[in-house]
Design a protein around this ligand. Sequence first.
Ligand code: FES
Ligand code: FE
Length: 450
Amino acid sequence: MGGGAVRPLKTDLPLNRDLEAYLTDARQGVERGAFPAGIITDPRLHEREKTHVFSKTWVFIAHETELPDPGDYVIRYISDDSFIVIRDESGHVRVLLNSCRHHGNVLCRAEMGNTSHFRCSYHGWTYNNRGDLVGVPALAESYGDTLDKSRWCLVPPPKVDSYNGLIFACTDPHAPSLLDHLSDLRWYLDLFTRRSEAGLRVVGTPQRWIVDSNWKLGADNFVGDAYHTLMTHRSMVEVGLLPPDPKVASAPAHIALPNGHGLGVLGVPPGMILPEFQGYPEEIVESLERVYPSPEHVAVARRTIFIHGNVFPNLSFLNVLVSKDHMSAPVPFLTLRLWHPVSADKMEMWSWFLVEADAPDWFQELSYECYVRTFGISGVFEQDDTENWRNVTRGTKGPFSSQQTLNYEMGIDLKPDQTWPGPGAAYPTGYAEAAQRSFWSEWLRYMVGE
Ligand code: FES
Ligand code: FE
């Protein structure tokens, strides 16, 4: 990857150009930090994403603790497809297309619940919670003995798998396995999810809301943009919710991983005193030393204060140490965010709060309160961020603005830090854009069908 000044791409209107050639040029541009603005919000790309990205890769659908009991279900989405994620009577989690096998009616209209059966509201075909067709009204009168019910079960996606409680599904039977897809990111997902013997649990239901932004801007921000903390969240520093040095997010490392994943694992900047292990309760610190898969995980966790990252394509994770108000000491919390595309300029944001299931009650409550006040739907950080993503969407979607070239050159000549204990290309600063370039490059790789 070479450096050099940002040069404009060919400036033909994307709409007037052959899409394949445009995407190929765009990929070359992104890799050298010259980012074609039109790839954010072009409506043709939104349609193509459905078949080229979301139908081809693994998408997060639920955390296993959202389904504690047999019969518990939630409805989740991959692109425009709706799936029932349910724990069946034998305790096995199943993912089933939420579409009746008779004439395609949406089978389950509630977003969550507990049930042994689903009955279609159109003609009444009924399925058990394993997806078997078990009831057909007036079977003898309507079909005689011609209907083989065993052929008309609810359809599962071709691939379902989980990693540390995170359940993913994939509608492409030829996609690589989930473990291959996650690749080196697993090391960091372990850092995030395996701090205690009991593992993480989701508290409550995910918060969901619509934002007038393209979904990729959420992924772009979480995959590597520690730089925005300086400006976007400056008011949080000023009111005392973040440590007093606005360069708090500048400490290493910025990590680009294979398959478009990336993250920041940010330590305590020189001269700043913050608690080891983010000030987690003693019980959790003792436990993580036993549970983490390697001493390197313990060493990184000891000095880390923020983790932000993105699982390609649209699941982000965040572990922040923040105060609930200017009078209180900072407390860590964990959240997962899903950027679900609705249209070229609109996404539905999903936000889950997670906590170590065996942490003391006082910590679980305090951690939840910090999350709600900062990154919940009305949280102060959340509003800082989404306001900017809305405006990037607005600022790049016009016929002239979409032809412009944006700057993604930060850190393009930096060399990875060979002493970093985890996998991936880890750069010795929080301020770099290698992970963003690799996210967009992977997205373009899918978009050109490679
Ligand atoms: Fe479901 Fe007819 S569409 S029973
Ligand atoms: Fe932010």
